[in-house]
Design a protein around this ligand. Structure first.
Ligand code: SF4
Length: 86
């Protein structure tokens, strides 16, 4: 069984790393963040944005990137999901 688990983990990481820069944190929330990984937040905040989001939606730590939580919200509302899931 451990061999099968290791194989599944290798396949999961092989698929998620190139697409979402997955770190295999073990607490995946892609399904609820519009397929945006919050681990890419410089502060690795997992429960929402910090208080420093810039007016244009960019990150306070890395001004060149959009806040991952702003991106997560935008993606979540634009996913073609039933209204009750949003
Ligand atoms: S602005 Fe957004 S991405 Fe940047 S540190 Fe705060 S929560 Fe993280």
């Amino acid at each position: 069984m451990p061999k099968l688990l290791n194989l599944l983990l290798a396949v999961e990481h092989g698929m998620k790393k190139p697409v979402w820069d997955c770190t295999m944190c073990g607490q995946c929330v892609l399904h609820s963040t519009g397929m945006t990984c919050p681990m890419t937040c410089p502060k690795t905040l997992r429960n929402g944005p910090c208080g420093g989001v810039r007016e244009d939606g960019h990150c306070e730590v890395k001004p060149e990137m959009r806040c991952v939580w702003v991106k997560a919200y935008d993606r979540k509302v634009s996913l073609p999901l039933p209204t009750v899931w949003k």
